[in-house]
Design a protein around this ligand. Sequence first.
Ligand SMILES: Cc1cc2nc3c(=O)[nH]c(=O)nc-3n(C[C@H](O)[C@H](O)[C@H](O)COP(=O)(O)OP(=O)(O)OC[C@H]3O[C@@H](n4cnc5c(N)ncnc54)[C@H](O)[C@@H]3O)c2cc1C
Ligand code: FES
Length: 272
Amino acid sequence: MNECQLDRPVTARVQARIQESGSIFTLRLALPTDFAFVPGQFNELYLPGVGAVPISIVRAEGRLVDHSIRAVGRTTLALSALKAGDSLLLRGPFGQGWPLTALTGKNLMILTGGLGCAPVHALILELLARRGDFGRISLIQGVRHADDLIWRQTYEAWSSRGDVEVHLAADNSSPDWPWHHGRVTTLIDLTGLPQADTRVILCGPEVMMDHAIRHLLDTGYRAGHIWLSMERNMHCASGQCGHCQMGPLFVCKDGPVFNLPAIQPYLFREGI
Ligand SMILES: Cc1cc2nc3c(=O)[nH]c(=O)nc-3n(C[C@H](O)[C@H](O)[C@H](O)COP(=O)(O)OP(=O)(O)OC[C@H]3O[C@@H](n4cnc5c(N)ncnc54)[C@H](O)[C@@H]3O)c2cc1C
Ligand code: FES
C-alpha cells in the first residue's frame, strides 16, 4: 500500500545524487514506506523555508523514488545543492497518469523534447515490462544541443533490444552525435507508423508540443489518440488555489496528462 498521504508530507532522505548534464540532476530518495504510483504522476518536493515544486516521478521501486530535475530557480537550485544523507519533505503522488488501458494493443509513438523524457520514463519501463501487450513502440526524443541529452546509455540499451525503435535528434549537434540532426517533429514521418492504429504520447516544451500536434493532425493522426503532459506553476496541487488552471481544468488534479480533445481549447494561449 502507498503510505504517502496527499495532505501529509513524509520525510525523504537523499540516497544518491546523480549529475545528468550541466543543469539536470537526479535525486534518488528513500521514503519511510513503499511507494506506489501510476506513470505520469508527480510528487511535490518541499524544502522548508525555501519552497515546494511539482516534479515527475521517473521511477519507483520499493521505498526508493527517482526524480530528475533541472535547476532553474529558487527551489530547484536549492534541491540541486542536496547531497546523500540530506532530507526533504515529499507529498504525493498527485494527478492523472498515462492511459495504460487505452494504449494496450496499439502501436505507440512516444514523442518527447528536453526534460519531457522524465514524465514518460516510468511509462516506458512499464511498456517494456509488458512488451507483448503492445504493437510497435517508437521513442522519439529531441534536445536543443547534443550535450543536453540525458540517459544516453538508457536510450542505447533500449535501441539494442530490437523490439523498440529509438530516434534521437539534436537541433545543434557535435561531430560525434550519431543520431539525427534537426527538429524532433521531422522524425514523426520517419517512423512510418500507421496513423489510424497508433497512439501518441507527447511531453516537452510547449512550442515543441504545439508544432508536433499540428504536424500529427495534418498527417492524419486523430486528436483522440494523442495524450500530452502539461506543466503549470502550482501551489496547492489539489485543485483549490487555481494557480495551475487552464480554462475549467486544473493541471494538478485533472492532469498533468490530458487527452488532446479535452485540453485543446485552452492550449498554447496566453492568459488561460
Ligand atoms: C506536473 C509537473 C511536473 C514537472 N516535472 C518536472 C520534472 O520532472 N523535472 C523538472 O526539472 N521540472 C519539472 N517540472 C517543472 C518544475 O516544477 C519547475 O521547474 C519548478 O517549479 C521551478 O521552481 P523554482 O522554484 O526552482 O523556480 P522559480 O524561481 O519558481 O522560477 C524559475 C523559472 O522557471 C519558471 N517556472 C517556474 N515553474 C514552472 C513550471 N511549472 N513550468 C515552467 N516554468 C516554470 C519561472 O517562470 C521562472 O522563469 C514539473 C512541473 C509540473 C507542473
Ligand atoms: S495547484 Fe492549486 S489548483 Fe492546481
